[in-house]
Design a protein around this ligand. Sequence first.
Ligand SMILES: Cc1cc2nc3c(=O)[nH]c(=O)nc-3n(C[C@H](O)[C@H](O)[C@H](O)COP(=O)(O)O)c2cc1C
Length: 180
Amino acid sequence: MTKKTGDIRDIWSRFTTGVAVITTLEDLSSDLWTASQVTGESDFPTSVHGMTANALCSVSIDPPLLLLSVGFGRRSRNLIEVRNRFGVNFLNTAQLDIAVNFSSSDPDLNRSGAVDYWYTEQGTPMIANSLAYIDCKVVNHFEVADHVIFIGEAEHFDLGEGEPLVYYERGYRSLNNGDD
Ligand SMILES: Cc1cc2nc3c(=O)[nH]c(=O)nc-3n(C[C@H](O)[C@H](O)[C@H](O)COP(=O)(O)O)c2cc1C
C-alpha cells in the first residue's frame, strides 16, 4: 500500500475503543500520604486528578500488565511518575460527562469536586460506579517520540456496572444507540 498524504488521526478515528479515565493524586508535595492513612473519602489529604484516555491496551495476562501512552505535556505524566501508580477506570454511558470534562486542558478545572471517588488499599483514587477498574503499579516506563509509555501491573481490579462508553470517529457513542 502506498503512503497517502493526510492525517493519521483520521485513520485512528476508525479504530473503535472504550473510554477510560486515568486517576492519580494531585498533590505532589504531600509526604503525609501513605496507604495506611486512607480511612475514607472525606478525610483524604489531597485531591484527585483524572485524564480521559484511550491509548491503553492489555500487554499480558500473567503477569497482568497493561500499556498506557501519555503525552509529554499532560499533567498526568508527572503525577504518575511521582506516585508510581495510577488507576484505570473504564467508563459507562452514564459517565459521559466525566469523559468530556477530564479531556479538558483547563488547569483550573476542579476534577476532585465534580466526581465521587473511592480509594483502593494502596490509596489509588477510583471513580465511583465505573464499568470496571484496575489499580496499577508502574513496573516500567520509557519515552517514545513525545509520549511516555507506562507499563502498569494490575494489582487490584474488579467489575462494576453499566453499558460501555465507546469512542469512534472523534465522538462518544454507546453500543446500542450509535451516538451517545
Ligand atoms: C477520547 C479521548 C482519549 C484520549 N486519550 C489520551 C491518551 O490515551 N493519552 C493522552 O496522553 N491523552 C489522551 N487524551 C487527551 C487528554 O485527555 C487531554 O489532553 C487532557 O486534557 C489531559 O489532562 P492532563 O494534562 O490534566 O493530564 C484523550 C482525549 C480524548 C477525548
